[in-house]
Design a protein around this ligand. Sequence first.
Ligand SMILES: Nc1ncnc2c1ncn2[C@@H]1O[C@H](COP(=O)(O)OP(=O)(O)OP(=O)(O)O)[C@@H](O)[C@H]1O
Ligand SMILES: [Mg+2]
Length: 245
Amino acid sequence: MTAHLKITGLGKTFREQRVLRNINLEVERGEIFAIMGPSGAGKTTLLRILNLLEKPDTGSITLDGDTINGTQQSGHSAARQRISMVFQSPALFNDTVYNNVAYSLKVRRMDKDIIKSKVSQSLRLVGLEGYENRNAKTLSGGEEQRIAFARAVVFEPDLLLLDEPTANLDPGNVAKIEEVIRTINRELNTTIIIATHHMNQVRRLADRVGMLLEGELIETGSREEVFEGVADERTRAFIEGEMVC
Ligand SMILES: Nc1ncnc2c1ncn2[C@@H]1O[C@H](COP(=O)(O)OP(=O)(O)OP(=O)(O)O)[C@@H](O)[C@H]1O
Ligand SMILES: [Mg+2]
């Protein structure tokens, strides 16, 4: 059987710098997969390629057997409807929460009543029900990021990409966002790939983990394998905080 998400031989070079080298990875439907690695390892670049914001120089990515990104032009528009991403900073529009969350559904020209019910379901998932009429710019940082999650999952993507989604938050809000991530994964069975520096976050959230170092995925395994078993020397140094990140 073909893996839900399959990355084969992926490579990317910016100018002279090889940022990603021969990445091979399979992720199953409904998994939470954490990509850990120090600053500059290539985490964001990998997520941007998965989100079709960037093209790789080598290799390909398939989602349920359909090629979604690769060196050849492929069925981007259909794939785009199945993938969503949340960034470190939410960048909401200066508008109501409702209009922020409803945006991708309005673009799809969905029926107004359906949009309304999907927006309220999405706000419930992130624990901000009733926030529809608030202006997004009057929210706290933690609330803004939860709205960014609501906006990202309102169209029920198959694949949700998270690029250090708690990097700018205090511990209380980190815990809330982690709960949102678990809820989305459990209730919508969304496959989640999260890039993070934070070992404790990986421990709390991930089913499986990959260690990216200088553009190479040097190790993948279950959370238990990576944290408790015999890990690559360099992964161990990273986990134990010896590697600067
Ligand atoms: N558009 C670009 N043009 C040139 N170089 C780039 C570009 N995007 C990324 N890079 C380089 O690619 C390397 C990997 O960057 P990337 O942002 O993917 O790392 P990262 O693992 O996400 O780091 P961080 O943890 O700091 O976010 C870096 O050396 C970066 O300078
Ligand atoms: Mg990054």
